[in-house]
Design a protein around this ligand. Structure first.
Ligand SMILES: Cc1cc2nc3c(=O)[nH]c(=O)nc-3n(C[C@H](O)[C@H](O)[C@H](O)COP(=O)(O)O)c2cc1C
Length: 450
């Protein structure tokens, strides 16, 4: 069995799966229950400044019958008394010395407030502190949360207040509500953070009730933007994770990253690890299905590693990061074309419609090997879609819409052109940046125009 244990900024856990700071980590009762079921760690629901939460506070994004494709919330940090949280954190850590117990904090932007909360957290025996610079609602209006994470200078300043006094690892949790997430990440590196975590929730309005025009969630007739999370945000999280993992300054100091945003299955987990996460945090999937998903997560990840002959989870961390490239470094001569398997094709013609109306008009409908015009065809035989491979631009769309697994495959073919990237092309032939010269170049190398 592959070894799933991880060490993150010196913090050990038996597997990389931690509960993210959120409702499932609000109390000792919940975290004890989660640890009993096998979670490797937990980041306590953010403690700090006094708040009052509202009702209602969550909204769900349902898509075609799938509940909670994403969740949105206007919840603030923990509204339990600070002393109760601190006492329970101490109790949990005492009971579970081998699990990672991290405490998320957010206090007023004053050095003495941060120094005070750091001391209180350290006193509980917790393994680390996560600085919540991400809450997109409620706290940001009071100069906390995203108001800090969106301004790299504040991020450096406050992180320095913490790192200058903390003796346990300091994890800076980043907000995705910025144009370039590497900026606050580098600000945290500059302030000597021990680790990063990302992503917090994304600004969103989840919907409007068509019966009464109320926003969702509705707080007594009013609504606002809230934090978006769950399976639908995974692609955004993966991009941001890879952008930070690629940063030279992050790599130079070997800063570990705790990845989160949409993790629900062991496959999601594996993708986060491949793109540079050393630990993984989960919130929405647990809010939806409960702590028991840890069994599938650990078993699935472990089986996949075994199948690949990989001995420990550490071996795959960041393995796909070097593949994250600029468009300018793509090989312009690389070519794939779609091929439709007539044996498994159900003649639904979704691929034809997608290609004809939504892409590049490279699929014909045929009967007995002859192209037909679907507008006038009145025969009883169902037409078969056939790709004109010479014209196919290899965009993938037909294979993405095809409802039958493996019916449409994308095959690599020899384009007959020499390998060249856009960067190489424009440095060797700067004139191709002009339209007339581009046409000439296309003709020279035999690239068709669609
Ligand atoms: C209802 C709710 C409350 C949350 N509360 C906090 C919080 O108190 N502190 C924090 O750092 N993140 C909070 N988060 C964000 C999560 O920790 C996590 O970053 C985000 O949900 C993405 O992970 P997921 O897609 O697995 O849910 C909250 C998220 C949700 C949905």
């Amino acid at each position: 069995m592959a070894d799933l244990s991880t060490t993150f900024a010196g913090i050990k856990s038996p597997n990389p799966f931690w509960l993210a700071s959120a409702p499932p980590t609000n109390s000792a009762y919940q975290i004890n229950k989660a640890f009993e079921q096998g979670w490797g760690g937990a980041v306590w629901k953010t403690i700090g400044a006094p708040v009052l939460n509202v009702s209602s506070r969550y909204g769900g994004y349902e898509y075609k019958g799938n509940k909670l494709v994403a969740i949105n919330n206007v919840e603030l940090i923990s509204d339990r008394p600070l002393e109760v949280n601190l006492r329970e954190i101490r109790e949990v850590k005492k009971l579970w010395s081998g699990r990672a117990v991290i405490v998320s904090a957010m206090v007023e932007s004053k050095p003495e407030a941060w120094h005070d909360v750091v001391m209180k957290i350290e006193d509980t025996g917790a393994d680390g502190i996560e600085l919540n610079y991400g809450c997109p609602h409620g706290m940001s209006e009071r100069g906390m949360g995203a108001a800090v994470g969106q301004v790299p200078e504040y991020c450096t300043m406050i992180t320095e207040w913490v790192t200058s006094v903390a003796s346990i690892p300091v994890i800076v949790k980043l907000t995705p509500n910025v144009t370039d997430i590497t900026k606050p990440a580098l600000a945290a590196v500059q302030a000597k953070a021990d680790a990063l975590s990302l992503i917090n929730t994304i600004n969103s309005i989840i919907g409007v009730d068509l019966d009464n025009f109320q926003l969702k969630p509705n707080v007594g007739g009013k609504g606002s933007h809230g934090g978006y999370a769950g399976p639908a945000v995974k692609p955004v999280a993966l991009h941001m994770l890879s952008a930070v993992a690629q940063e030279e300054a992050v790599q130079r100091v070997g800063l570990p990253i705790s990845g989160m945003g949409g993790i629900q299955t062991w496959r999601d987990a594996a993708e986060f690890l491949l793109l540079g996460a050393t630990s993984l945090q989960v919130c929405t999937a647990v809010m939806h299905y409960g702590f028991r998903i840890i069994e599938d997560l650990t078993e699935g990840l472990s089986n996949w590693l075994d199948e690949k002959g990989i001995k420990s989870v550490g071996e795959i961390i960041g393995a796909s990061v070097p593949r994250v490239s600029d468009f300018g470094d793509f090989d312009l001569s690389y070519k794939v074309v779609a091929r439709i398997d007539p044996e498994t094709c159900t003649n639904c013609n979704l691929c034809y419609i997608a290609c004809d109306e939504g892409a590049h008009q490279c699929i014909d409908l045929t009967v007995d090997g002859h192209k037909i015009d679907p507008a006038s065809y009145a025969g009883s035989v169902k037409p078969i879609p056939v790709v004109r491979e010479d014209d196919c631009v290899g965009c993938n769309l037909c294979s993405l819409v095809c409802p039958v697994d493996s019916c449409i495959t994308m095959l690599e073919v020899d384009s007959g052109r020499d390998s060249i990237t856009w960067k190489e092309l424009t440095s060797q032939k700067p004139e191709v940046l002009n339209w007339d010269e581009m046409e000439k170049y296309r003709r020279e190398v035999g690239i068709k125009i669609h």
